[in-house]
Design a protein around this ligand. Structure first.
Ligand code: ASP
Length: 476
């Protein structure tokens, strides 16, 4: 009997520390002193050590000026939304950045600007795309949010809307000005086509989050091309229950992966910390060299990461932090478990694949301990060729494995709580790992334990268990 039960349990595998799911943000705010936090970016891309001094200092000064505006606003009790708008306006007016005045040009040599803003309190949002005459796209995006029932206006209609709102308009030539350290010709940026977009995320002292992003897009883009910056959920997202996010990089990849929303969803649905969610996206979903993210969580944690050689960015908070950078150490990723106090895995290493598998195992245990067999099954290869071996018996296929679990573990009491330890990773090839480990299961009436061997293969949807062999320590 015990053997039969434990056989099934072993499939569970491994987990050591499980993060608690995001809790009530209002509680988080009232538990400590009033706090605010802000992060900004001025684009991810090439290596700043290869820039000339003029360009480096222009970028640094632009970041510092923008961050100062945001810090002063928030420290004075201003709203996150106002801070985001004011910070981005300042960078739009600074030709060192690829937004507003310094926007890069299309293949045909024109500027087509995109921007979006989101209010984490209500999930209200506004965006404009492909505009050609608006001096500060972020402010018009905010007007789309507050003055229309729409979310996104594009092209001539968006320019006309801006005119109707009496916002400052400019001759398109305004965007053709030169900026420090580089020319503004459409042939200038071929080496570094994704650079200089601006963004801001903020938490105000009332506990509200906001996010915004503004860009000229990618250099030499096709006329009409729209990137992720004005797409809520891709380049920008804010929700008071989780976090505020602004991205920069290859917009098409951010759209394909719904990056900004995914960070929030991982916090809410998988219970990940902001740092774990960002690390996962930057190391697993996005290929190296794609871009960066700035985020702030509902409880004021700031996370900034990039997988490009550099990202202009800055952060400030009510604890006195105020810093700007052109490159983050290790791309902003935690160096070790010590550095990330809530990474959901033990023995974190720099091997991104190993880390991904550890997280998968951790989430699987989390699901089990929450009584959710369906979510637990997500780690398995959804294929008829999945094999699960235990006590000399073979169960074949994802459906049969799930049915077996459901039958043997009809409720949470039967499932008990599982923990995993002593994981040993053996890479078999680029796309396969063998993982050995020890499992223990506690239930009201008995404690169980044993060993397991898992084989993981990289599938198009991510790492999945393709084979699971489990055994019991002391079968009775
Ligand atoms: N994400 C922007 C876009 O694809 C560009 C960038 O961030 O550099 O339009």
């Amino acid at each position: 009997m015990i053997r039969t039960i434990s056989v099934v349990m072993v499939v569970l595998m491994v987990s050591t520390c499980i993060e608690s799911p995001t809790t009530n943000p209002a509680h988080a705010q009232t538990a400590g002193p009033t706090r605010w936090a802000i992060a900004i970016h001025g684009g991810a891309g090439g290596d700043p050590s290869k820039w000339n001094d003029e360009k480096r200092s222009a970028r640094r000064e632009g970041l510092e000026a923008a961050l100062t505006i945001g810090r002063d606003l928030l420290a004075g009790g201003g709203s996150a939304l106002d801070a985001v708008e004011a910070v981005i306006r300042s960078m739009e007016d600074n030709a060192s950045f690829n937004a507003g005045r310094g926007a890069v040009l299309t293949k045909e040599g024109n500027a087509e600007l995109d921007a979006s803003i989101m209010d984490g309190r209500t999930r209200a949002c506004g965006a404009i795309a492909g505009v050609t005459t608006i001096k500060n796209p972020i402010s018009t995006a905010r007007l789309v949010m507050t003055e229309t029932k729409h979310v996104l206006l594009a092209g001539p209609g968006a320019d006309a809307f801006a005119a109707s709102q009496n916002v400052p308009l400019v001759d398109p030539k305004y965007f053709l000005s030169r900026r420090p350290g580089r020319s503004n010709s459409s042939t200038d940026t071929g080496q570094d086509p994704h650079f200089g977009t601006v963004g801001c995320v903020a938490l105000d002292s009332a506990g509200n989050l906001a996010a915004g992003t503004s860009t000229g897009g990618t250099a030499k883009k096709l006329p009409g091309r729209v990137g992720d910056s004005p797409i809520v959920g891709a380049g920008t997202f804010a929700d008071n229950a989780s976090c505020a996010v602004s991205g920069t990089g290859v917009g098409e990849e951010y759209i394909r992966n719904a990056v900004a929303y995914d960070i929030s969803a991982q916090m809410l649905y998988a219970g990940l910390s902001l740092e774990s969610a960002v690390t996962e996206v930057m190391t697993e979903r996005l290929k190296p060299g794609i871009g960066g993210l700035i985020c702030v969580s509902h409880d004021g944690q700031i996370v900034m990461q990039h997988n490009t050689p550099g990202m202009s960015c800055g952060a400030a908070d009510s604890g006195g932090r105020f810093e700007t950078q052109l490159v983050l150490d290790n791309g902003g990723r935690p160096e070790s478990n010590d550095a990330a106090d809530d990474l959901p895995v033990a023995g974190h290493t720099d091997d991104a694949d190993e880390t991904a598998i550890r997280r998968l195992i951790d989430r699987q245990a989390d699901a089990w301990n929450a009584g959710d067999i369906d979510r637990f099954m997500d780690a398995y290869w959804k294929n008829e060729r999945l094999t699960f071996v235990s006590g000399g018996n073979v169960t074949r296929g994802w459906d049969s494995t799930r049915d077996r679990y459901r039958q043997r573990y009809p409720d949470q009491e039967a499932m008990g709580s599982v923990a995993f330890s002593d994981l040993e990773f053996l890479r078999l090839d680029d796309d396969a790992f063998q993982v050995l480990g020890v499992w223990t299961l506690k239930r009201d009436d008995e404690d169980l334990g044993g060993r397991f061997t898992l084989v993981f293969r990289r599938q198009p949807e991510g790492w999945r268990i393709v084979h699971d062999h489990t055994s019991v320590q002391n079968p009775q």
